[in-house]
Design a protein around this ligand. Structure first.
Ligand code: MLC
Ligand code: AMP
Length: 509
């Protein structure tokens, strides 16, 4: 029987010379293709020895490291389900994810072991391992006792490879279930569409400077390099000076817009400094025309902007090869080959070219559904099987899509999604708070940041700094509004609903 395990396809693309460097870190370490193969086999063997049920979740909250990448590969290899969690998540957030996903294994940093293991054991998790940035921890200690070979476990294209949690406009975070087939089909489409060059064609070198707990850094970047047998230059954290230095040895770079904005602040950024790069890709948040134009001016390169989401992986892309057309700033390009994309009006009618409506998609990369939420899943699909993205835009006569807004109340800050409803819930629960509204306003660095507008209960005097400090103690740092104001009342429409657009205009910098 054919094995549809994504790892099998990635492994098949490893170059013939397994002793060559596959990943070079910013601290100068080199991991060969053989290292990736053998270390992922050892961890996969260790996971297999735990006798976990089919579909068991491996929840991971660790700092970025090549060992974390190996753990991801090992989880695929063992045909278990990878569940990455942002390192910024604090105890309330982690408690929810662990209770909801009921992972069989949790991997965390040694520093967090105390509180995370408590949450995990309470939720019924059988095994908690540690993995630290410096290659220490119980995960590797245990794995070191296992063999360096492992036949790739059998998986169908419809088996779940990963669950990515995305917050929701109302209520609970939802775990998007992505299958081996979803991830592999997207990786293969992008390999051609972005013209990746195999080692025989001279090879590509990807500079990887994104976190590896979201779609962009984990799937688009890592699969892109591995399915092509391409080397990665690996940065633990995004530091513009290090990235600029390493760009001189790279051919492909992927970033959220904030990374481009920060690189533009570097005096050393010039056409000469990035002479070896053939492709700059941006996504996860809107790339401002100003950034697009400044990048062209400073480097001579036209950034390729693409659009995707956790539920669908990549959906549209500007062209890479001239035969596919021209890259256009301000648009996210055309639907990728194999993907159907349509723009629909409020009544569910197809809209003519150029008209603005809701973006709906159908194709091989669209997820299997939300974890344990069949009703929510059903709500997000149309009767004819299109997924409603919640993004609002239009398509031109050449098929280029432009995103103009979102029907979901969402702030995208530095490439991370922040749902106002979640933050408002926490603020409203603070003593003395009657009500609150969180809105996104423009920010030169993060693109968009949150502002909290709060009303106090009668007779209470609230201190904005204290509200922010309280939030900081509870929530992931990127969700904390950058500003808090206490006001007497919120603007409302005739129905009594808070007019967020009025607040947004009022607090625009
Ligand atoms: C950090 N902070 C943020 C923030 N990141 N605040 C808002 N938005 C963010 N994205 C907080 C910090 O905690 C700190 O708070 C203050 O802001 C300044 O932080 P910093 O030192 O400037 O942040 P830094 O560590 O440099 O991180 C910035 C960043 C990072 C841009 C490098 O946010 C990042 O890696 N973003 C990429 C996100 C990403 O990969 N998204 C892909 C999603 S996938 P304080 O209070 O401590 O001072 C997806 C699908 C698709 O969307 O299409 O790709
Ligand atoms: P996430 O849920 O983190 O995967 O975020 C997905 C959302 O990011 C999409 O629904 C879009 O709103 C947004 N997004 C991704 N890429 C782009 C882009 N190039 N331009 C505008 N928005 C984008």
């Amino acid at each position: 029987m054919e094995n549809h395990n994504l790892f099998a396809a990635l492994r098949a693309a490893f170059p013939a010379d397994l002793s060559a460097c596959a990943v070079e870190t910013d601290s100068g370490l080199c991991y060969s293709w053989q290292d990736l193969d053998q270390a992922s086999a050892m961890v996969a063997n260790m996971l297999a020895s735990l006798d976990l049920p089919a579909g068991a979740r491996i929840a991971v909250q660790v700092e970025k490291s090549v060992e974390a990448l190996i753990l991801y590969l090992a989880t695929l290899r063992a045909a278990l389900v990878y569940l990455p969690l942002n390192t910024a998540y604090q105890s309330a957030e982690m408690e929810y994810f662990i209770a909801d996903a009921q992972p069989s294994v949790v991997v965390c940093t040694g520093a967090n072991f105390g509180w995370i293991s408590k949450l995990a054991f309470k939720a019924g998790t059988a095994h908690v391992f540690t993995l630290n940035e410096d290659r220490t921890g119980t995960l590797l200690e245990r794995a070191s006792q296992f063999p360096r070979t492992h036949g790739v476990a059998q998986a169908t294209a419809n088996d779940i490879a990963a669950i990515i949690y995305t917050s929701g406009t109302t209520g609970r975070s939802k775990g998007a279930m992505l299958t081996h087939g979803n991830l592999l089909s997207n990786a293969r489409v992008l390999q051609t569409y972005w013209d990746w060059r195999t080692p025989q064609q001279g090879g590509d070198v990807l500079l990887h400077a994104l976190p590896i707990f979201h779609v962009h850094g984990l799937f688009v970047a890592i699969h892109g390099a591995l399915i092509n047998g391409s080397k990665m230059l690996w940065c633990g954290k995004f530091d513009p000076k290090t990235v600029l230095r390493l760009l001189s040895r790279s051919t492909v770079f992927m970033g959220v817009p904030t990374l481009y904005v920060r690189l533009l602040n570097e005096h050393g950024l010039s056409a000469q400094a990035v002479a070896s790069v053939r492709l700059f890709i941006s996504g996860s948040a809107p790339l401002l025309m100003e950034t697009f134009a400044l990048w062209q001016e400073r480097t001579g390169h036209t950034i390729l902007e693409r659009y995707g989401m956790s539920e669908t992986v990549m959906l549209t892309s500007n062209p890479c090869r001239t035969q596919d057309g021209q890259r256009r700033g301000g648009t996210v390009g055309a639907p990728l080959p194999g993907l159907q994309l349509r723009v629909r009006g409020d009544a569910g009618q197809d809209l003519p070219v150029g008209e603005i409506g809701g973006i709906e998609v159908k194709g091989p990369s669209v997820f299997k559904g939300y974890w344990k939420m069949p009703e929510k899943t059903a709500e997000e699909f149309t009767a004819d099987g299109f997924f409603k993205t919640g993004d609002v835009g239009h398509m031109d006569a050449d098929g280029y899509v432009t995103i103009v807004g979102r029907s979901k109340d969402l702030i995208i800050s530095g490439g991370y999604n922040v749902y106002p409803a979640e933050i408002e819930g926490y603020i409203n629960a603070l003593p003395g708070v009657a009500e609150s509204a969180v809105v996104g306003v423009a920010d030169a660095d993060f693109g968009e940041v949150g502002v909290a507008v709060v009303i106090a209960k009668p007779g209470v005097v609230l201190q904005p700094a204290e509200i922010l400090a309280r939030l900081k103690a509870t929530l992931a740092n990127f969700k904390i509004p950058k500003r808090c104001v206490v006001v007497a009342e919120l603007p409302r429409n005739a129905m009594g609903k808070v007019q967020k657009n009025v607040l947004r205009n009022q607090y625009q910098p």
